[in-house]
Design a protein around this ligand. Sequence first.
Ligand code: DGJ
Length: 688
Amino acid sequence: MTTTPNAWRIDAPGQTLVLASSGRIPVAVYWGPSLPLEQDLDAVVSAAKRDVTGGMIDALPELSLCPEEGDSYQGQPGIKAYRAGRVLFPRFALVSAEGGTFVCRDEDLGLTVTFRFAVEGSVIAASTSLVSEQTITLHHLAAPAMPGPQFAEEILDFSGRWIGEFQMERALWRSGVHMREARGGRSGHETPPIAYFPETGATNTRGTVFAMHYGWSGGHVMYAEEQPDGRRLVQFGHATGTRAAGTEFETGKVYLAVSEVGLNGCAVAFQRHLRDELVTWPHPERSRPVHYNCWEAIYFDHDFEALTAIADRAVELGAERFVLDDGWFGKRDDDTSSLGDWEIDPRKWPDGLTPLIDHVKSLGMVFGLWFEPEMVNLDSDLARAHPEWILGRADQVEGRQQRVLDVGNPEVRDYLYEKIAAVLATHDIDYIKWDHNRLLPVADAAQGDGIYALLAQLREDFPQVEIESCASGGGRIDAGILQHTQRVWLSDSNDALERLRIQHDAALFLPAAITGSHVGPRHCHTSGRVHDIRFRAWVAAQRHMGFEMDPRELTEEEAGVLSRVTAWWKSNRDWRMQADILRLDSADPSVIAEMQLAADGAQFVVFAGKAASGVQNMPRPLRLTGLDPDALYEVALINRDEANHLSRTSMPLKEGPMVLSGQQLMQQGLILPWSFPDRMWVVEGTKK
Ligand code: DGJ
């Protein structure tokens, strides 16, 4: 951080944030692409000054990191707090600014608010804490608020649902508040805590873009607000009113990215940050193992003979990790009972899980196990013994026949820790799939804090165990949970067509190494569609690959295709799991395409998914991005054997590799052969 008396700058790769204070809470006077180092900060502050005119008060209220009510500020305040039934109107004075930490104090109210900024790889991470001398009720506390861009018309954020995660939403900036709030006690399918603020005309690959995401799993709020005077401000915080009265409060971190190369610049900043800075990898030396998960093969019907036969087949196809999903504990024959009773079911597993684990290990695979720790069925020994551990009213509506344990209660955490630790300590377990299949009856921040504490304790005592965050698929994906986990189950949809779109949009946040993607059954269980094995295999191969069907259903031809794609995945995973995912600007809306570019720029792969039959006869060219315009690249359509008889011309790419300049590939683009819908072209590129 460099500083002049009342102004400070924070630089991360590609972005500069300049904060200034007039003696009160600092204001972000500049947030944008990197400023030259010799830029005089006082000049930045002066250049940000604005006029006032009639109908306004005589000085503009400051849009600070945490705007205060009072002084005729009409927007959403950064603090909404109450004491003894009265609203507090704090007025903070800056008392210190050092090393990215800004402390402000309201002596009259006995409040101290602190803003912390740190550079974490490619992003700036910022958080707010509030300490009160007396107990207060806090309705809202903003993580440091940032200016919204002026040269912009749209706000781009996400909605979603079960088997339809990460749907991009576009809203117009206009006077007033655009508010998104997750009130289900999870970051949620419905409102992932991520927003992009593109300048007008920005695309995946071009233009200036700002992006923010909020690292908290328990539900959040975002206000993107245009003031009556035209200024814009974006605040994130915990979902409103979710904290108990107290004296100390902290927001999650808000992560900031800026790009001059379109949405991709922010996407890559987030991908790299999650993968390289935030996630702690249990086995950094090890390649990401190909998964096999038995859920859609057997559901609750656990049978040793069937599972060992499935494991034998899965390993032949290339699996390296075998995951036993729901159904191994209590008396869990369907989803109506036993959550909470984390004892191995002796009816299904008379000799315990060790024989299966030994079998899996003898095949050279590691073993993973499913838990859903925060949940309980009323039909369970746990609920019968401890009804007082259940969150919410007794007459609440259940979700998937289950209720939520009060993980804010240390006794509940101790119980869960002991149960999970007992299984981990006595079995050779490499991985946990940590599920969370219902909304909370009420959003409560103590639940989020409790789950982080439980995860942290397990991670500390079992550091070799990887954990996947699953919440009916992608219902809990955020930087908060990823501080304790390493993989996300992006969606319960193994439909390759749906998955292609979901993982494309999720790449605005998630790197490949963290994003699970499995080859599902021939007849998709969540859509009823039937997809060719080639399409299913390539879509899963875009991310952290796995299989989730009964492999005994595969024909010999299907098994051959899947083995080949898996072998390709393995031979490329070391660079690809470290690569940037760059979404391509497809001129053809029926094509969803991305590039994965190696960290050293020496190789790339393009995945061009044909998601519909399209409008025009012929594919439109596909412009690549991020290449050296002056370099030559050998490009090869590696699955040209998949060309269909209706693709009738002998095109060079269908015959073998071609050598083209980066300029040509990025300007004219690649012209791919015609294809059926629900197919994927895969093009490898190598710098000469
Ligand atoms: C929901 C998950 O998303 C599925 O993958 C599976 O683990 C089931 N729960 C098990 O009940």
